[in-house]
Design a protein around this ligand. Structure first.
Ligand SMILES: NC(=O)c1ccc[n+]([C@@H]2O[C@H](COP(=O)([O-])OP(=O)(O)OC[C@H]3O[C@@H](n4cnc5c(N)ncnc54)[C@H](O)[C@@H]3O)[C@@H](O)[C@H]2O)c1
Length: 260
């Protein structure tokens, strides 16, 4: 087992906070992000910050991590970085999908549905298959994906992403079920509403969502990316070796609270 982790969606939000936290825990960070403009600069400054924390053990690639071509091209580079040893973690924290209703002036198209479900759901399966085939996942490795309450609650504009979340949860359950015998676990972490860049793209009313969430949440605040980073840090400990095929809620109890 190497001390490297692989984060898909490493530049901002949950993935960015997790990259920083795991660097503090002593891990090397291999990350993919897909950013343009100012966010690209944010990614560069996070990379520098991580490099200062863990003495340069960081590789960030700005490319579409959901493309099969990317997986095939970069997995040999990942193997070179880890010396052929397994990564401790494969985290899927990509937010990239269509936020269109099924019935509206511009109803969601098949292409948009297929893209969203692939990028936010199925791509985790193909990464896992390819890493496993190359022995880059092994005894003690974790596969983690991020899910949300939208996996069972209908919300404005969230339909396509909701389908992707349900697909991802099924994929994670099946990965853990099939790879558990190799000591590899797979779990989903369900975050509460978190003010990240992705949230601002789901709805123009995101500030209202944040305020309503604060009132609704038993702990009277939204989830922060650092909460998710802490949870993932805990999941990497040996004490979490037997947690598999599960959904871990990190939302202050939001999912137990009444609707908006
Ligand atoms: N924000 C919330 O309220 C919330 C709640 C529950 C779950 N989640 C989930 O958390 C995950 C991360 O979202 P976030 O809120 O941190 O968003 P974010 O926009 O801050 O981060 C998304 C990351 O994905 C990267 N990315 C996008 N498309 C990519 C691609 N094709 N290839 C590689 N990288 C790509 C971006 O560069 C960025 O690093 C998503 O799966 C999201 O659904 C978010």
């Amino acid at each position: 087992m190497s001390d490297w982790v692989l984060i898909l969606g490493c530049s901002t939000g949950h993935g960015g906070a997790t990259a920083e936290r795991l660097a503090k825990d002593g891990y090397g960070i291999i990350g993919f992000h897909f950013d343009r403009g100012d966010v690209k600069k944010e990614a560069e400054s996070l990379k520098q910050k991580i490099s200062n924390i863990n003495n340069g053990k960081v590789h960030f690639w700005n490319i579409n991590a959901a493309a099969i071509k990317t997986m095939d091209e970069y997995i040999p580079k990942i193997a070179e970085i880890t010396g052929g040893d397994s990564v401790k973690l494969l985290l899927h924290s990509i937010a990239f999908g269509t936020t269109t209703n099924f019935f509206s002036d511009k109803p969601v198209t098949q292409k948009q549905m297929d893209m969203t479900v692939h990028v936010m759901g199925n791509s985790l399966l193909y990464w896992t298959q390819k890493l496993f085939d190359e022995d880059l996942l092994g005894e003690g490795s974790r596969v983690v994906g991020l899910t949300s309450e939208g996996n069972y609650v209908a919300m404005d504009g969230y339909g396509p992403v909701s389908v992707a979340k349900v697909a991802m949860e099924a994929i994670i359950r099946q990965i853990g079920w099939e790879l558990g015998k190799h000591g590899i676990t797979a779990n989903a972490v369900q975050a509460g509403v978190t003010p990240t860049r992705a949230l601002t793209k789901i709805t123009d009313n995101w500030e209202e969502w944040v305020e309503k969430t604060k009132r609704r949440n038993p702990m009277q605040r939204t989830t922060m990316p650092e909460d998710i980073a802490n949870t993932i840090s805990l999941l990497l400990r040996p004490e979490a070796d037997f947690i598999n095929c599960s959904i871990i809620y990190c939302d202050g109890g939001e999912h137990r609270s009444g609707s908006f």
